[in-house]
Structure formats: structure tokens, C-alpha cells
Design a protein around this ligand. Structure first.
Ligand SMILES: Cc1ncc(COP(=O)(O)O)c(C=O)c1O
Length: 382
């Protein structure tokens, strides 16, 4: 039985994207590939709503995006403020420390966020060369109010605003220009619904100037200045071999997204999140994150008494649905459910139904159909 992959990435891949992967591999200078890369770079601009931001498509994943952002904006001894809402926020600390960057962390309890006022206070106390923020921390399912943080950062133009969009870009609105984001990056495998394998990063003009002001940096492959000529003019030459077939896949993924419309997709994920959350609450589960900070792309769901994490997830998998475990302090207490990428109402309804079947299998006390009923009211209400 093909399992429904309802984890927060990789997300299910549409057949047309898989087909794109199997097209002929051509030279990176083949005019057809050059055209595709140019269009794909332009589509990335559209997704993050920037006019002049410079997109980079680099073979790698989300973590490479994090490291690319750090090494191109900071040098040894520079000061970085990390706002951490969980596992992926904390990862920035480890990366920055590899490069001798001075890191200060404002961390929330897992499942909560650092208040915007607290960020403002910190920035007033001390000068920071950059600040990092995960739009959605996939480990806790919280969503940062990026726009508000961006407003505050406008008072601190010396601080570069770095955003990890891995679990958000293309699934939740991100207005790079309007919100003053300097570096925004994502992977392929979450809201884009494309197999993992590319790092998609966009640098503002200020971020590119920032890179230049660093001079020579301790990175070669990750140096955006080395990639810049081929990103500006893909016909112009070679820096490192493009991941040709992955670019085909990304192109198709972005085509699907833009044909559906970004706003439509954002709304769709809001609806799916709310259908899942309402259905699960009806079954006795609770949500880790408060409603006002809950992400639309992933839900973090607390178990009610009497359900054991591992055996529940194992039985759920046997019945046909894959979900993710909690990380760190949340291990055993929550499961994580992804609802982004190329999914439809069908996956939402089927997942809830299979969750109900699994609960019935373990003799959990609930009313069969209660979760599905609550979700259908949201999905199909006229
Ligand atoms: C918010 C966030 N940032 C960074 C990463 C790291 O991405 P990757 O696993 O593609 O290296 C992830 C992965 O799930 C993530 O969710």
C-alpha cells in the first residue's frame, strides 16, 4: 500500500514533477536549460515577492541555505542575534559558532514565541550585524510574525534580517521587499512539493552589498559572489555544475504553485490546518501552539492521556499514514503533521479517517466520525 506522507517535509510529489525529473539531462549551457533556469529564478522572485532581490539556486538543502546566509553576511567576531523557537532556530547557533561569530540567543519555550517587544528591546541594547529568525520552526509548529519584526528592524538598518523560510516559503505569505528581509532561503521539499536537493536563497541588494563588504570569506562553494555571474546570466559560463534535472523539477513545482495562485495556496493551507486542528481537537487531542501563532504548514499535536507515541505512530503507518515524531523535549509528547505542498482535501479527509481507524484499533474512547465531521464542516461548508 502506498502510504500517505503527511510529514512536514518531504511532502508528496506530484507526478508531473516526477516526470520533469526524468527529462533528458543536458549541458548547463544548453539554450533550453538556460531558458528554464532563467524562468525558474524569476519565478522564485515572484514567490518571495521581490523585484530586485537576487535568487540563487544551489544544489543542497535547507541547512546549506542557513550556512550560505551566515557565511555571506557575517565574519569572525561579528555579532549575531538568533531568535530561536525550537530545533531549527538553535541550529543557527551551531552554524554561526563554527565560523567564530559571536552569538546571542533569545529563545522561547518550545511551542511559544519570543515576543516582538523583547526583540526590539534587545536590538536597542546592543548593535547586531545580523538577526536570524525561522518563519516557521518545524519542530514546534509556531509561526513568527515576520512583518512586525521587519517593521522594527527598519529602525536598525545596520542589522541584516535573515529569514529561514524552509517550512514556510510558498505556503505562508512572505513579502521580502515590503518587510525588509535581506536574506530569505528555503529548500524544495516542503511547501514547494518538490523532491529535496536544492537550496533556494534570495539576497536583497543590501545583502549583496553586505557580502561585498566582507571581502574574502572562508567559503568557496557557499560564496554567493562566485555564483552571482551564472545566476545573473546562466548562459554566461560555469561556476559549478547545476543540478539540471532538479531544476526541471523545481520549475514544474513553481509552475504549479503560480498557476494555482500564491494567495489561493496560502488560503488553502489555512483551511487544511484548521480542518485538521478542529478534527483532532474533537478527538481529544490538543495543539501545542496557541492559535494566534500556529503555522498553516505544520501542526504539532499533543497526545491525550492513554495514547503512547511510538505505538500510535507505528499503527498509523501500518494503516497507511506517515507522521513525524516530536523532537527534543517534545519527543513522546507530540506528533507532527505536515499539511503543505501539493495536497488536496482528499489527503486531509483520508488522514483523519485513518487516524480514527487507528484510535479505534487501540481501543481509545471516542465517537467514530467525530474528527472527520468537524473537519468536513470546515472543508466543505458553503
Ligand atoms: C525550518 C527549517 N530550517 C532548516 C531545515 C533544514 O533543512 P534540510 O533538512 O533540508 O537541510 C529544516 C528541515 O526540516 C527546517 O524545517
Amino acid at each position: 500500500m502506498k502510504k500517505l506522507m503527511m510529514i512536514p517535509g518531504p511532502t508528496p510529489v506530484d507526478q508531473s514533477i516526477l516526470n520533469a525529473l526524468s527529462k533528458d539531462t543536458v549541458s548547463h549551457l544548453d539554450p533550453e536549460f538556460v531558458k528554464i533556469l532563467k524562468e525558474t529564478l524569476e519565478d522564485l522572485r515572484t514567490v518571495v515577492m521581490t523585484e530586485k532581490g537576487q535568487p540563487f539556486i544551489i544544489p543542497g538543502t535547507g541547512t546549506l541555505g542557513m550556512e550560505v546566509a551566515i557565511v555571506n553576511s557575517l565574519k569572525k567576531g561579528d555579532r549575531l542575534l538568533v531568535i530561536s523557537h525550537g530545533f531549527f532556530g538553535d541550529r543557527f547557533v551551531e552554524i554561526a559558532q563554527c565560523y567564530g561569530i559571536e552569538v546571542e540567543v533569545l529563545a522561547s519555550e518550545w511551542g511559544k514565541i519570543v515576543e516582538v517587544e523583547e526583540i526590539a528591546k534587545k536590538l536597542k541594547e546592543k548593535k547586531f550585524d545580523a538577526i536570524t529568525l525561522s518563519h516557521v520552526d518545524t519542530s514546534t509548529g509556531v509561526c513568527t510574525p515576520l512583518k512586525e519584526v521587519g517593521e522594527i528592524l527598519k529602525q536598525f538598518p545596520e542589522t541584516e534580517f535573515i529569514v529561514d523560510g524552509v517550512c514556510a516559503t510558498g505556503g505562508i505569505e512572505e513579502r521580502m521587499d515590503d518587510w525588509g528581509i535581506d536574506i530569505l532561503f528555503t529548500g524544495n521539499q516542503k511547501a514547494f512539493g518538490v523532491p529535496p536537493g536544492l537550496t533556494n536563497a534570495v539576497f536583497s541588494e543590501k545583502a549583496l552589498e553586505g557580502r561585498n563588504s566582507l571581502g574574502k570569506i572562508s567559503a568557496f562553494y557557499m560564496d554567493v559572489n562566485r555564483w552571482l555571474p551564472v545566476m545573473r546570466d546562466p548562459a554566461g559560463g560555469y561556476f559549478s555544475t547545476h543540478s539540471i534535472n532538479m531544476v526541471y523539477a523545481l520549475q514544474q513545482g513553481l509552475k504549479i504553485m503560480l498557476a494555482e495562485g500564491l494567495e489561493e495556496r496560502f488560503k488553502k493551507y489555512r483551511r487544511f490546518a484548521s480542518a485538521f486542528q478542529s478534527g483532532l481537537k474533537e478527538l481529544g487531542f490538543n495543539l501545542l501552539a496557541a492559535e494566534e501563532i500556529r503555522a498553516n504548514t505544520v501542526s504539532t499535536i499533543l497526545y491525550p492521556a492513554g495514547i503512547e507515541d511510538l505505538s500510535f505512530r507505528e499503527k498509523l503507518y501500518v494503516n497507511g499514514v506517515l507522521v513525524s515524531a516530536g523532537k527534543g523535549v517534545l519527543a513522546g509528547k507530540i506528533f507532527r503533521l505536515g499539511h503543505m505542498g501539493n495536497i488536496s482535501e482528499n489527503e486531509v479527509v483520508a488522514t483523519l479517517s485513518i487516524i480514527e481507524k487507528t484510535l479505534s484499533d487501540i481501543n481509545y474512547d471516542f465517537r467514530l466520525g467525530a474528527g472527520i465531521g468537524a473537519a468536513e464542516k470546515i472543508l466543505f461548508a458553503k
